[in-house]
Design a protein around this ligand. Structure first.
Ligand SMILES: C[S@@+](CC[C@H](N)C(=O)[O-])C[C@H]1O[C@@H](n2cnc3c(N)ncnc32)[C@H](O)[C@@H]1O
Length: 245
């Protein structure tokens, strides 16, 4: 399965596509600054969950610059098929270069595609992982059900969907502090470093208003998963959901 040249995008996808073709050059740096480097650890934890049970085919959905896929390829046994899929060509270009530099360029298949119409047969994958792109697919996104349905479709029965994403802390002291941090630090600093005000305003707003872990669980169950577990990270400001088909 190789990269495809053109992807037909829905209207809503076009808006996000614009956001994600604008920010790539400093995208990684900004991520690390915003999370004080914790995003690296969070992806590692997600990869541990992804590789449990010796899967053969693993997808990094919305792979962006490839960090999750690269970590999977570095940790997985030989022979595991690792694919990264994203609809932003500039993100995929960076992912390709980073994978080559990390020595796993030949272990990852990078695919230009849309999460709403993935180029995989039914039940093809053992695992789908998504790092920090689940919010994009579900927050105020009218195509949410379609994206979730597609993920269920491409997973084998018993396959797992692992989501590492920002979350809503339930602690009444942490929650307002987290929102002050998002609006007072993430939005202005992200805008400054990336020179893209809209993208980081969208980030701060979508993180501030994102679903609680219980709401995410309900959404995944409604989409067709049979069980969902959750592990909060750093006072619940982020977390990992594991959903089983
Ligand atoms: C916030 S970034 C996360 C990137 C990466 N997973 C990470 O851990 O840094 C979200 C990514 O999802 C991709 N994306 C958003 N909507 C998508 C869609 N409908 N189909 C494919 N990729 C999508 C964007 O292009 C972007 O690269």
């Amino acid at each position: 399965m190789d990269s495809v040249e053109s992807v037909k995008l829905s209207h809503q996808s076009e808006h996000l596509h614009h956001v994600f073709t604008e920010v790539p050059s400093r995208y990684d740096l900004i991520n690390h600054v915003m999370t004080f480097g914790l995003d690296i650890r969070w992806r590692r934890l997600a990869v541990k969950a992804l590789l449990e049970g010796d899967p053969e085919k693993v997808l990094d959905l919305g792979c962006g610059t490839g960090d999750l896929a690269i970590t999977i390829a570095k940790s997985a046994k030989k022979g595991v098929k690792v694919t990264g899929l994203d609809f932003s060509p500039p993100m995929l270009d960076i992912a390709r270069e980073k994978a080559a530099n990390a020595g796993v360029g030949d272990r990852i298949n990078l695919v230009h595609g849309d999460a709403g119409n993935m180029p995989f047969p039914n039940g093809y994958l053992d695992r789908v992982g998504i790092s920090f792109a689940f919010r994009n697919l579900t927050y105020e996104n009218p195509l949410r059900e379609r994206y979730l349905g597609e993920i269920v479709r491409v997973l084998k029965p018993g396959g797992k969907f692992i989501v590492v994403e920002s979350s809503q802390p339930s602690n009444p002291v942490i929650k307002p502090l987290f929102h002050i941090f998002l609006n007072g630090f993430v939005a202005p600093v992200g805008s400054l470093i990336s020179k893209n005000k809209g993208a980081y305003r969208y980030l701060a707003t979508s993180v501030s208003n994102f679903f609680t872990p219980a709401e995410v669980k309900q959404m995944l169950l409604k989409a067709g998963f049979s069980g969902v577990s959750y592990r909060p990270l750093v006072f619940g400001t982020a977390g990992i959901h594991v959903a089983v088909k």
